[in-house]
Every structure is written in structure tokens, then in C-alpha cells.
Design a protein around this ligand. Structure first.
Ligand code: CP
Length: 313
């Protein structure tokens, strides 16, 4: 297919064909990452601003390395040392960056909809690197790439997302991607963090952990997003660990080949036992590696590159 989108703002609006093109192009970039010379000239002469107004380790570094591999000029914007601290609006900051000829703005922001807003007021391409509790599209893409690589398919798999669904942008993007690609999605966690209303997105909702993990081919664990919760959503962390933490005893109840995922950052000993996070069923670090290929693919396609067949440059 010919890629026509100017921005990558969410997974919700992408077609199955667009998702497949992103994943196939990412696979082609994985081979580039295995070459002696890992750099391609696809974004030579283009300027990318990484506008991270909320903390990030994985996404920020992964975008930066992807942009370097595509030969872009990069500006890393540090919110703490910027005029945002003096009361400048996001719109004025972004338009200032555009006036310096930025071609791409990669934005992470605590406000849901911030990337969509920028896409309406700027001429530059906008990529959402996580907006509030709304979406985190490149995380979902790297999750899909990892599942497809490890399991050979996504359609028909039972995927359980366990933890704080309500405040998670990763959960929302994963739900859109998984349901579009034909997986059966189960959501589990405390009823305050996993409301039944999520069934409207085509998921099964249960508050019983054993039921959620028993038939799962993939278990994706999410941390408690304390930074977005305005009140306590469960009595204590201990109670959460007792009811919903993935312990070794609970892992023993799962299918022997059930794969364990986590977008990070991991709160060891809370949503996941430390040994499981480091164990042979965990693909947490493969997820990080795949993030690079997925972000290269997104930048490449949005810049007007062809599909996977055009990557061999
Ligand atoms: N998964 C993820 O978004 O991690 P960071 O917050 O470290 O970018």
C-alpha cells in the first residue's frame, strides 16, 4: 500500500493494512540493524525535535537512536530547561521549533490530545510518543512486532493485559491494535482500575487473575500509574500484590509457552516477581530492541518512504 498519513497520532484511526505496512517495514529495518553499517540516509537533511514534556527512558532514547540511524538532524528538547517553565504555551513552543525548520515533532505530554492539537496548528509531521492516558502508538506497534515475531501470528491468540488499565495509554493502544489484528483480549485487575466499560472495545473483562491467565498465550503486565491517579484506587500495595501480582505460583498456572511482556518501567515485586521479569519467558528486552525498528519504520513511512521493499537503501 502507499502510505499517505502525515502524522502518527494513535492506533485507533489506523486500518489493518496500515498496521501491517508499519510492522512489515519495521521487520525490514530490523535487518538494517543487523548490518555492519546500521545507518541509512532516509532522513538526511531533515530535522526532528524530540519534545518530551513528561519523563521517559525507553521511548526517548529509542526515538533518538532511530533518528540517528536514519541520518536526521536531531534536537532534544528538555522541558525543565525551557521557556515552558516561564509560562510559554505548548503551541508557542512548538511553533518556535517549527520556525527553526523542524520537519518532525515527536511529542510526549501528560495531556491527552496534545499531539492531535499540535497536528492541527503545525505544518510539521507529528508523532505521538505517549499522551496522558490516551495512546502510545509506537509502544503498541513494538508490542505487536514482538508478539508476531515470537508467536508467528497475532490473529486468534489469547492476550491478557493485567494491571492498571484505566490510566494506561499502553493498554488503550494495545487494545486497538490487538483487536484490529484479530487477537482475543482479556483485561484484568482491580475493578477500580479495570471498569466493565472496556468491554465496549471488544475485550473480555475479569477481576479474577487465575481466570485471566489460565488460557493466555501472551500476558502483558502494566505498572500502577500513580502519577495519573488522583486518589487511591485500592487499599494497599500489599493487597494489590496479593491479588494481582504475577508470582511464580501464579506463573505455574499458565500455559507452558505463555509469553510475558511489560512496556516498562517495571516495578519489581509489585506487578511482577523479579525472577519472572528476568526469566526465559520474559520478552521485555526484546520489546525494547523492537522499538528501534518500529520507530525507524514510522519516521520512514511518514517521510514519504515506500513500504518494506523500499528499505534496502
Ligand atoms: N514504555 C515506555 O513508554 O517507557 P518510557 O516511559 O521509559 O518511555
Amino acid at each position: 500500500m502507499i502510505w499517505t498519513r502525515k502524522h502518527l497520532l494513535d492506533i485507533e484511526s489506523l486500518s489493518v493494512e496500515e498496521l501491517a505496512t508499519l510492522l512489515d517495514t519495521a521487520m525490514a529495518f530490523k535487518s538494517v540493524g543487523e548490518r555492519a553499517i546500521k545507518k541509512v540516509p532516509a532522513l538526511r537533511g531533515k530535522t526532528v525535535v524530540n519534545l518530551f514534556v513528561e519523563p521517559s527512558t525507553r521511548t526517548r532514547i529509542s526515538f533518538e537512536l532511530s533518528e540517528q540511524r536514519l541520518s536526521a538532524d536531531i534536537i532534544d528538547f528538555t522541558a525543565e530547561a525551557s521557556s515552558l517553565k516561564k509560562g510559554e504555551t505548548l503551541k508557542d513552543t512548538a511553533r518556535t521549533l517549527e520556525a527553526l525548520n523542524a520537519d518532525f515533532i515527536v511529542i510526549r505530554h501528560s495531556a491527552s490530545g496534545a499531539p492531535h492539537f499540535l497536528s492541527r496548528v503545525l505544518d510539521a509531521h507529528v508523532i505521538n510518543a505517549g499522551d496522558g492516558a490516551h495512546e502510545h502508538p509506537t509502544q503498541a506497534l513494538l508490542d505487536m512486532l514482538t508478539i508476531r515475531e515470537k508467536k508467528g501470528r497475532i490473529a486468534g491468540l489469547n492476550v491478557t493485559i493485567l494491571g492498571d488499565i484505566l490510566y494506561s495509554r499502553v493498554a488503550r493502544s494495545d487494545i486497538w491494535a490487538l483487536t484490529k489484528l484479530g487477537a482475543h483480549v482479556t483485561l484484568c485487575g482491580p475493578s477500580t482500575l479495570v471498569p466493565k466499560s472496556f468491554e465496549r472495545l471488544g475485550c473480555r473483562v475479569t477481576h479474577r487473575l487465575e481466570e485471566a491467565i489460565r488460557d493466555a498465550d501472551v500476558i502483558n503486565l502494566l505498572r500502577i500509574q500513580h502519577e495519573r491517579q488522583r486518589r487511591s484506587m485500592f487499599p494497599s500495595l500489599n493487597e494489590y500484590v496479593n491479588l494481582f501480582g504475577l508470582s511464580k505460583q501464579r506463573l505455574a498456572l499458565t500455559k507452558p509457552d505463555a509469553m510475558i511482556m511489560h512496556p516498562g518501567p517495571v516495578n519489581r515485586g509489585v506487578e511482577i516477581d523479579s525472577d519472572i521479569a528476568d526469566g526465559e519467558r520474559s520478552v521485555i528486552l526484546q520489546q525494547v530492541t523492537n522499538g528501534l525498528a518500529v520507530r525507524m519504520a514510522a519516521l520512514f513511512l511518514i517521510n514519504g518512504g515506500g513500504g518494506p521493499q523500499a528499505v534496502a537503501v
